[in-house]
Design a protein around this ligand. Structure first.
Ligand SMILES: Nc1nc2c(c(=O)[nH]1)N[C@H]1C(S)=C(S)[C@@H](COP(=O)(O)O)O[C@H]1N2
Ligand SMILES: [Mo]
Length: 216
């Protein structure tokens, strides 16, 4: 999956592009450093938007867990449902406030599968082959949701429908679209953008856009 896009992004990473060199404070500001507010909802992905109808849909939650699950759409809907409102921040510098999501809380999933105590990482897999990694404590945050609805309507395929993850406290590349598998893992493993120069941790308030790059 190498391309002009990933080469350009690796160059940005080497150059430290977009870095302002400031640290944001979520208690004081709503917009993280270097971000611009948008009211639209740009679409960003690797270009292959898979069609995942309810028949084909499966969500596996497996790896280092006591009770692995392979959920069909109906089984997912039978879990407790919730609604959340959050701001999202994309590394390409747009942020969007007050996104209303409906779905299943990540904490609900974790209660069902029960991760083993020595497994502190989560690897997220999309139907398009996309992968990204976060820590289990980040995934277990009460604002993380497996979302199938945005602003009161079914999540569109271009934004990751039928089901995507939303991790509002991290840059949006950590929020896997077309969610296929949640793998609880003993070891950390870099995902697609993490291997292409993006920061492993992705905290927008610390401007963790790129790996090992100092702001200039
Ligand atoms: N499965 C999958 N998830 C993905 C991506 C992708 O290519 N495939 N791109 C990521 C990136 S880089 C971004 S910025 C956000 C964009 O989400 P949006 O298109 O809804 O704005 O999705 C993330 N999740
Ligand atoms: Mo992105």
């Amino acid at each position: 999956m190498d391309s002009k896009l990933t080469e350009a992004k690796r160059q940005w990473s080497r150059d430290g592009r977009l870095l302002t060199g400031t640290v944001g404070d979520p208690a004081r500001d709503r917009l993280p450093p270097g971000q611009t507010l948008t009211t639209g909802f740009p679409v960003l992905d690797l270009g292959a938007q898979p069609e995942v109808g309810p028949e084909r849909f499966r969500l596996d939650i497996d790896g280092a867990v006591r009770h692995p699950l392979s959920l069909r759409w109906d089984a997912l809907m039978a879990l407790p449902q919730t609604e959340m409102v959050s701001d999202i921040h994309c590394v390409t510098q747009w942020s969007r406030f007050d996104n209303h999501w409906r779905g299943v809380a990540a904490t609900t999933i974790l209660e069902a599968v029960r991760p083993l105590s020595d497994a502190p990482y989560v690897i997220l897999h999309g139907y398009d082959g996309y992968m990204t990694n976060i820590r289990l404590d980040q995934f277990a945050s009460s604002d993380v949701i497996l979302a199938y609805s945005w602003q009161g309507a079914a999540l569109t395929a271009e934004h990751g429908g039928p089901l995507r993850l939303i991790v509002p406290r991290l840059y949006l590349w950590k929020s896997a679209k077309w969610l296929r598998r949640i793998e609880i893992s003993v070891a950390d493993r870099s995902g697609f953008w993490e291997r292409n120069g993006y920061h492993n941790n992705a905290d927008p308030w610390l401007e963790e856009r790129y790996d090992e790059v100092e702001a200039t």
